[in-house]
Design a protein around this ligand. Structure first.
Ligand SMILES: NC(=O)c1ccc[n+]([C@@H]2O[C@H](COP(=O)([O-])OP(=O)(O)OC[C@H]3O[C@@H](n4cnc5c(N)ncnc54)[C@H](OP(=O)(O)O)[C@@H]3O)[C@@H](O)[C@H]2O)c1
Length: 312
Protein backbone atom coordinates (compact mmCIF):
# COMPACT_ATOMS: atom_id res chain seq x y z
CA UNK A 1 0.00 0.00 0.00
CA UNK A 2 1.00 3.64 -0.46
CA UNK A 3 2.88 5.12 2.48
CA UNK A 4 0.16 6.06 4.97
CA UNK A 5 2.32 6.37 8.07
CA UNK A 6 1.60 10.08 8.36
CA UNK A 7 -2.13 9.73 7.65
CA UNK A 8 -5.02 9.89 10.08
CA UNK A 9 -7.77 7.76 8.59
CA UNK A 10 -11.30 7.36 9.92
CA UNK A 11 -13.42 4.43 8.79
CA UNK A 12 -17.06 4.27 9.80
CA UNK A 13 -18.67 0.87 10.12
CA UNK A 14 -15.30 -0.69 10.83
CA UNK A 15 -16.59 -3.57 12.94
CA UNK A 16 -17.60 -5.86 10.11
CA UNK A 17 -17.39 -6.49 6.38
CA UNK A 18 -15.16 -4.30 4.24
CA UNK A 19 -14.81 -1.66 6.97
CA UNK A 20 -13.26 -4.16 9.31
CA UNK A 21 -10.97 -5.49 6.60
CA UNK A 22 -9.93 -1.94 5.71
CA UNK A 23 -8.93 -0.97 9.25
CA UNK A 24 -6.82 -4.11 9.43
CA UNK A 25 -5.03 -3.07 6.26
CA UNK A 26 -4.63 0.58 7.25
CA UNK A 27 -3.35 -0.21 10.72
CA UNK A 28 -0.90 -2.76 9.34
CA UNK A 29 0.39 -0.13 6.92
CA UNK A 30 1.03 2.27 9.80
CA UNK A 31 -1.86 4.74 9.47
CA UNK A 32 -3.34 6.29 12.59
CA UNK A 33 -6.62 4.45 12.32
CA UNK A 34 -9.96 5.54 13.72
CA UNK A 35 -12.24 2.53 14.18
CA UNK A 36 -15.90 3.42 14.37
CA UNK A 37 -18.81 1.12 15.15
CA UNK A 38 -22.22 1.15 16.75
CA UNK A 39 -21.38 -1.44 19.40
CA UNK A 40 -18.69 -0.88 22.04
CA UNK A 41 -18.08 -4.59 22.26
CA UNK A 42 -17.56 -4.93 18.53
CA UNK A 43 -15.25 -1.91 18.42
CA UNK A 44 -13.21 -3.40 21.28
CA UNK A 45 -13.11 -6.80 19.58
CA UNK A 46 -11.98 -5.28 16.28
CA UNK A 47 -9.23 -3.30 17.96
CA UNK A 48 -8.10 -6.33 20.00
CA UNK A 49 -8.00 -8.43 16.83
CA UNK A 50 -5.86 -5.85 15.02
CA UNK A 51 -3.57 -5.41 18.01
CA UNK A 52 -3.03 -9.15 18.22
CA UNK A 53 -1.66 -9.05 14.69
CA UNK A 54 -0.06 -5.58 14.86
CA UNK A 55 0.99 -4.77 18.44
CA UNK A 56 2.38 -1.38 17.43
CA UNK A 57 -0.74 -0.27 15.55
CA UNK A 58 -2.05 3.22 16.33
CA UNK A 59 -5.77 2.69 16.86
CA UNK A 60 -8.61 4.71 18.32
CA UNK A 61 -12.10 3.33 18.81
CA UNK A 62 -15.38 5.25 18.83
CA UNK A 63 -18.97 4.20 19.27
CA UNK A 64 -21.88 6.01 17.64
CA UNK A 65 -25.15 4.57 16.42
CA UNK A 66 -25.83 6.33 13.14
CA UNK A 67 -29.54 5.78 13.62
CA UNK A 68 -29.27 8.83 15.89
CA UNK A 69 -28.09 12.20 14.61
CA UNK A 70 -27.27 13.23 18.19
CA UNK A 71 -24.83 10.31 18.33
CA UNK A 72 -23.26 11.44 15.04
CA UNK A 73 -22.82 14.93 16.50
CA UNK A 74 -21.27 13.59 19.69
CA UNK A 75 -18.89 11.43 17.64
CA UNK A 76 -17.81 14.40 15.54
CA UNK A 77 -17.31 16.55 18.63
CA UNK A 78 -15.07 13.90 20.19
CA UNK A 79 -13.02 13.62 17.01
CA UNK A 80 -12.53 17.39 17.02
CA UNK A 81 -11.21 17.16 20.57
CA UNK A 82 -8.99 14.16 19.98
CA UNK A 83 -7.38 14.93 16.61
CA UNK A 84 -5.73 17.95 15.05
CA UNK A 85 -6.88 16.87 11.59
CA UNK A 86 -8.36 14.00 9.61
CA UNK A 87 -6.68 13.09 6.34
CA UNK A 88 -9.17 10.50 5.14
CA UNK A 89 -12.79 9.97 6.08
CA UNK A 90 -14.30 6.77 4.68
CA UNK A 91 -18.06 6.91 5.09
CA UNK A 92 -18.57 3.15 4.92
CA UNK A 93 -21.14 2.31 7.62
CA UNK A 94 -24.39 1.16 6.15
CA UNK A 95 -27.34 -1.14 6.39
CA UNK A 96 -28.75 -3.28 3.63
CA UNK A 97 -32.27 -3.65 2.36
CA UNK A 98 -33.44 -5.62 5.38
CA UNK A 99 -34.05 -8.82 3.50
CA UNK A 100 -37.11 -10.16 1.78
CA UNK A 101 -40.25 -8.59 3.17
CA UNK A 102 -38.39 -6.34 5.60
CA UNK A 103 -40.67 -3.81 7.27
CA UNK A 104 -40.17 -0.05 7.19
CA UNK A 105 -38.10 1.13 10.14
CA UNK A 106 -37.40 4.57 11.52
CA UNK A 107 -34.39 6.22 13.12
CA UNK A 108 -34.22 7.81 16.57
CA UNK A 109 -35.06 11.10 14.84
CA UNK A 110 -38.15 9.67 13.17
CA UNK A 111 -36.64 9.37 9.69
CA UNK A 112 -36.78 6.35 7.39
CA UNK A 113 -33.91 4.25 8.72
CA UNK A 114 -31.91 3.53 5.56
CA UNK A 115 -32.08 7.16 4.47
CA UNK A 116 -30.95 8.17 7.97
CA UNK A 117 -28.06 5.73 8.44
CA UNK A 118 -26.79 5.50 4.86
CA UNK A 119 -27.18 9.15 3.89
CA UNK A 120 -28.06 11.64 6.65
CA UNK A 121 -25.42 10.33 9.06
CA UNK A 122 -22.53 10.65 6.56
CA UNK A 123 -23.88 14.02 5.38
CA UNK A 124 -23.78 15.33 8.96
CA UNK A 125 -20.50 13.65 9.92
CA UNK A 126 -18.79 15.00 6.83
CA UNK A 127 -20.00 18.52 7.55
CA UNK A 128 -19.09 18.46 11.21
CA UNK A 129 -15.61 17.06 10.53
CA UNK A 130 -14.88 19.32 7.56
CA UNK A 131 -12.82 21.68 9.76
CA UNK A 132 -10.58 18.68 10.59
CA UNK A 133 -10.27 17.77 6.91
CA UNK A 134 -9.33 21.35 6.11
CA UNK A 135 -6.37 21.03 8.48
CA UNK A 136 -4.94 18.24 6.31
CA UNK A 137 -2.48 18.97 3.53
CA UNK A 138 -4.64 16.80 1.26
CA UNK A 139 -7.80 15.29 2.68
CA UNK A 140 -10.00 12.73 0.97
CA UNK A 141 -13.61 11.95 1.68
CA UNK A 142 -14.63 8.56 0.30
CA UNK A 143 -18.28 7.63 0.30
CA UNK A 144 -19.16 3.96 -0.02
CA UNK A 145 -22.35 3.76 -2.06
CA UNK A 146 -23.61 0.99 -4.31
CA UNK A 147 -24.62 0.05 -7.81
CA UNK A 148 -28.09 -0.31 -6.29
CA UNK A 149 -29.45 3.19 -6.99
CA UNK A 150 -32.98 4.57 -7.12
CA UNK A 151 -34.09 8.17 -7.67
CA UNK A 152 -35.64 10.00 -4.75
CA UNK A 153 -39.27 10.92 -4.90
CA UNK A 154 -39.00 14.25 -3.08
CA UNK A 155 -42.70 14.02 -2.25
CA UNK A 156 -42.12 10.81 -0.30
CA UNK A 157 -38.48 10.69 0.76
CA UNK A 158 -39.39 8.86 3.96
CA UNK A 159 -41.09 6.14 1.90
CA UNK A 160 -44.34 6.28 3.79
CA UNK A 161 -46.19 4.91 0.78
CA UNK A 162 -45.53 1.48 -0.69
CA UNK A 163 -42.38 0.80 1.32
CA UNK A 164 -39.85 -1.57 -0.16
CA UNK A 165 -36.50 -2.28 1.52
CA UNK A 166 -34.64 -2.56 -1.77
CA UNK A 167 -35.88 0.83 -2.84
CA UNK A 168 -35.06 2.31 0.57
CA UNK A 169 -31.49 1.03 0.29
CA UNK A 170 -31.11 2.14 -3.31
CA UNK A 171 -32.49 5.66 -2.77
CA UNK A 172 -30.21 6.12 0.23
CA UNK A 173 -27.21 5.12 -1.88
CA UNK A 174 -28.14 7.42 -4.76
CA UNK A 175 -28.59 10.21 -2.19
CA UNK A 176 -25.04 9.51 -1.01
CA UNK A 177 -23.76 9.71 -4.59
CA UNK A 178 -25.70 12.90 -5.34
CA UNK A 179 -24.39 14.40 -2.10
CA UNK A 180 -20.80 13.51 -3.08
CA UNK A 181 -21.13 15.32 -6.40
CA UNK A 182 -22.66 18.35 -4.70
CA UNK A 183 -19.98 18.27 -2.00
CA UNK A 184 -17.15 18.23 -4.54
CA UNK A 185 -18.76 21.12 -6.36
CA UNK A 186 -19.30 23.15 -3.20
CA UNK A 187 -15.75 22.52 -1.99
CA UNK A 188 -14.51 23.79 -5.34
CA UNK A 189 -16.78 26.84 -5.25
CA UNK A 190 -15.64 27.64 -1.73
CA UNK A 191 -12.02 27.53 -2.88
CA UNK A 192 -11.25 24.54 -0.64
CA UNK A 193 -8.66 22.83 -2.78
CA UNK A 194 -7.15 20.48 -0.22
CA UNK A 195 -10.30 18.36 0.29
CA UNK A 196 -11.61 15.96 -2.35
CA UNK A 197 -14.75 13.83 -2.34
CA UNK A 198 -15.41 10.70 -4.37
CA UNK A 199 -17.89 7.87 -4.22
CA UNK A 200 -17.93 4.27 -5.33
CA UNK A 201 -19.70 0.99 -5.70
CA UNK A 202 -17.09 -1.17 -3.94
CA UNK A 203 -18.00 -4.52 -5.55
CA UNK A 204 -21.10 -6.60 -6.05
CA UNK A 205 -22.35 -9.08 -3.48
CA UNK A 206 -19.26 -9.43 -1.36
CA UNK A 207 -19.45 -11.97 1.45
CA UNK A 208 -20.75 -9.71 4.23
CA UNK A 209 -23.60 -9.67 6.69
CA UNK A 210 -25.91 -7.50 4.60
CA UNK A 211 -25.43 -9.72 1.56
CA UNK A 212 -26.07 -12.96 3.41
CA UNK A 213 -29.15 -11.35 4.99
CA UNK A 214 -30.65 -10.28 1.66
CA UNK A 215 -29.26 -12.65 -0.95
CA UNK A 216 -27.68 -15.73 0.56
CA UNK A 217 -25.03 -15.96 -2.16
CA UNK A 218 -22.00 -13.91 -3.16
CA UNK A 219 -20.31 -12.78 -6.36
CA UNK A 220 -17.16 -10.89 -5.39
CA UNK A 221 -14.44 -11.17 -2.79
CA UNK A 222 -14.18 -8.88 0.19
CA UNK A 223 -10.69 -8.01 -1.00
CA UNK A 224 -12.05 -6.52 -4.23
CA UNK A 225 -14.14 -3.99 -2.28
CA UNK A 226 -11.31 -3.24 0.11
CA UNK A 227 -8.89 -2.57 -2.76
CA UNK A 228 -11.34 -0.34 -4.64
CA UNK A 229 -12.19 1.72 -1.55
CA UNK A 230 -8.64 2.10 -0.29
CA UNK A 231 -7.56 3.14 -3.77
CA UNK A 232 -9.85 6.17 -3.55
CA UNK A 233 -8.64 6.80 -0.02
CA UNK A 234 -4.89 6.77 -0.54
CA UNK A 235 -3.69 6.02 -4.09
CA UNK A 236 -1.34 8.77 -5.32
CA UNK A 237 -2.83 8.45 -8.81
CA UNK A 238 -6.09 9.92 -7.51
CA UNK A 239 -4.57 12.95 -5.80
CA UNK A 240 -6.71 15.99 -6.56
CA UNK A 241 -9.43 13.95 -8.27
CA UNK A 242 -12.86 14.92 -6.96
CA UNK A 243 -16.53 14.53 -7.71
CA UNK A 244 -16.26 11.15 -9.42
CA UNK A 245 -18.24 7.93 -9.17
CA UNK A 246 -16.45 4.61 -9.60
CA UNK A 247 -17.85 1.19 -10.27
CA UNK A 248 -15.15 -0.70 -8.36
CA UNK A 249 -12.00 0.53 -10.16
CA UNK A 250 -13.59 2.06 -13.24
CA UNK A 251 -14.98 5.59 -13.40
CA UNK A 252 -18.63 5.34 -14.35
CA UNK A 253 -21.90 7.24 -14.52
CA UNK A 254 -24.34 6.96 -11.68
CA UNK A 255 -28.14 7.01 -12.03
CA UNK A 256 -29.21 10.19 -13.85
CA UNK A 257 -30.80 12.00 -10.90
CA UNK A 258 -27.32 12.51 -9.44
CA UNK A 259 -26.52 14.82 -12.38
CA UNK A 260 -29.67 16.89 -12.02
CA UNK A 261 -28.64 20.26 -10.60
CA UNK A 262 -32.08 20.88 -9.15
CA UNK A 263 -32.14 17.50 -7.42
CA UNK A 264 -28.69 18.11 -5.94
CA UNK A 265 -29.72 21.47 -4.51
CA UNK A 266 -32.97 20.09 -3.21
CA UNK A 267 -31.29 17.12 -1.57
CA UNK A 268 -28.65 19.30 0.07
CA UNK A 269 -31.26 21.69 1.49
CA UNK A 270 -33.36 18.77 2.68
CA UNK A 271 -30.38 17.15 4.40
CA UNK A 272 -29.46 20.43 6.09
CA UNK A 273 -32.99 20.79 7.36
CA UNK A 274 -33.32 17.19 8.54
CA UNK A 275 -29.90 17.29 10.25
CA UNK A 276 -30.34 20.79 11.65
CA UNK A 277 -26.92 21.71 10.33
CA UNK A 278 -25.87 23.71 7.29
CA UNK A 279 -22.44 23.77 5.72
CA UNK A 280 -20.81 24.88 2.49
CA UNK A 281 -24.01 26.74 1.78
CA UNK A 282 -23.76 29.20 -1.06
CA UNK A 283 -24.40 32.18 1.19
CA UNK A 284 -23.54 31.10 4.74
CA UNK A 285 -20.74 29.46 6.69
CA UNK A 286 -21.47 26.37 8.79
CA UNK A 287 -24.46 27.14 10.93
CA UNK A 288 -27.14 25.42 12.86
CA UNK A 289 -30.45 25.63 11.03
CA UNK A 290 -33.85 25.07 12.58
CA UNK A 291 -34.69 21.37 12.54
CA UNK A 292 -37.86 20.13 10.89
CA UNK A 293 -40.96 20.36 13.02
CA UNK A 294 -40.98 17.07 14.91
CA UNK A 295 -40.21 13.64 13.55
CA UNK A 296 -41.51 12.44 10.23
CA UNK A 297 -44.80 10.61 10.60
CA UNK A 298 -44.41 6.90 11.05
CA UNK A 299 -46.61 5.92 8.17
CA UNK A 300 -47.23 2.30 7.34
CA UNK A 301 -44.63 0.04 8.89
CA UNK A 302 -45.85 -3.32 7.88
CA UNK A 303 -46.04 -3.41 4.12
CA UNK A 304 -43.94 -6.32 2.98
CA UNK A 305 -42.59 -6.76 -0.50
CA UNK A 306 -39.95 -9.00 -1.95
CA UNK A 307 -36.86 -6.86 -2.25
CA UNK A 308 -33.92 -9.20 -2.46
CA UNK A 309 -33.42 -8.63 -6.17
CA UNK A 310 -31.92 -5.21 -5.55
CA UNK A 311 -28.21 -5.20 -6.28
CA UNK A 312 -25.89 -4.13 -3.45
N1 LIG B 1 -21.37 -6.22 0.63
C1 LIG B 1 -21.57 -5.78 -0.61
O1 LIG B 1 -21.58 -6.56 -1.58
C2 LIG B 1 -21.76 -4.30 -0.85
C3 LIG B 1 -22.05 -3.89 -2.16
C4 LIG B 1 -22.22 -2.52 -2.42
C5 LIG B 1 -22.08 -1.62 -1.40
N2 LIG B 1 -21.80 -2.04 -0.14
C6 LIG B 1 -21.66 -1.01 0.90
O2 LIG B 1 -20.45 -1.21 1.60
C7 LIG B 1 -20.56 -0.70 2.93
C8 LIG B 1 -20.08 -1.76 3.90
O3 LIG B 1 -20.95 -2.86 3.78
P1 LIG B 1 -20.58 -4.33 4.22
O4 LIG B 1 -21.07 -5.20 3.15
O5 LIG B 1 -19.18 -4.40 4.67
O6 LIG B 1 -21.61 -4.47 5.43
P2 LIG B 1 -21.55 -5.13 6.86
O7 LIG B 1 -20.61 -6.28 6.90
O8 LIG B 1 -22.95 -5.33 7.25
O9 LIG B 1 -20.89 -3.95 7.76
C9 LIG B 1 -21.57 -2.75 7.94
C10 LIG B 1 -20.86 -1.92 8.99
O10 LIG B 1 -21.68 -0.78 9.27
C11 LIG B 1 -22.01 -0.77 10.66
N3 LIG B 1 -23.34 -0.23 10.91
C12 LIG B 1 -24.53 -0.75 10.54
N4 LIG B 1 -25.53 0.00 11.02
C13 LIG B 1 -24.96 1.02 11.72
C14 LIG B 1 -25.46 2.08 12.48
N5 LIG B 1 -26.77 2.26 12.68
N6 LIG B 1 -24.60 2.92 13.08
C15 LIG B 1 -23.26 2.74 12.95
N7 LIG B 1 -22.72 1.73 12.25
C16 LIG B 1 -23.57 0.87 11.65
C17 LIG B 1 -21.94 -2.24 11.06
O11 LIG B 1 -21.85 -2.36 12.48
P3 LIG B 1 -22.10 -3.82 13.19
O12 LIG B 1 -20.80 -4.55 13.07
O13 LIG B 1 -22.43 -3.45 14.60
O14 LIG B 1 -23.22 -4.47 12.47
C18 LIG B 1 -20.70 -2.66 10.32
O15 LIG B 1 -19.55 -2.21 10.98
C19 LIG B 1 -22.04 -0.34 3.11
O16 LIG B 1 -22.20 1.05 2.99
C20 LIG B 1 -22.73 -1.08 1.97
O17 LIG B 1 -23.93 -0.47 1.57
C21 LIG B 1 -21.62 -3.35 0.17
Amino acid sequence: MTDVTDRIVAVTGATDGIGRAMVHRLAAAGATTIVHGRSAQRVDDTIAEIRAAQPAATLFGYVADFASLAAVRAFAETLATDFPRIDVLINNAGIGSGGRGGAREISADGYELRFAVNFLAPFLLTGLTLPLARESSAARIVNVASIGQAPLDFEDVMLEHGYDGGRAYSQSKLALITFTFALAERLRSAGIENVTANVLHPSSLMPTKMVFESFGYTLSTLEAGVEATLRLAVAPALAGVSGRYYDVLREDRAQSQAYDEGARERLWSLAERLCGFAYLSSKTASTVVPPVQGPAPLGAVTQSMANSDTPV
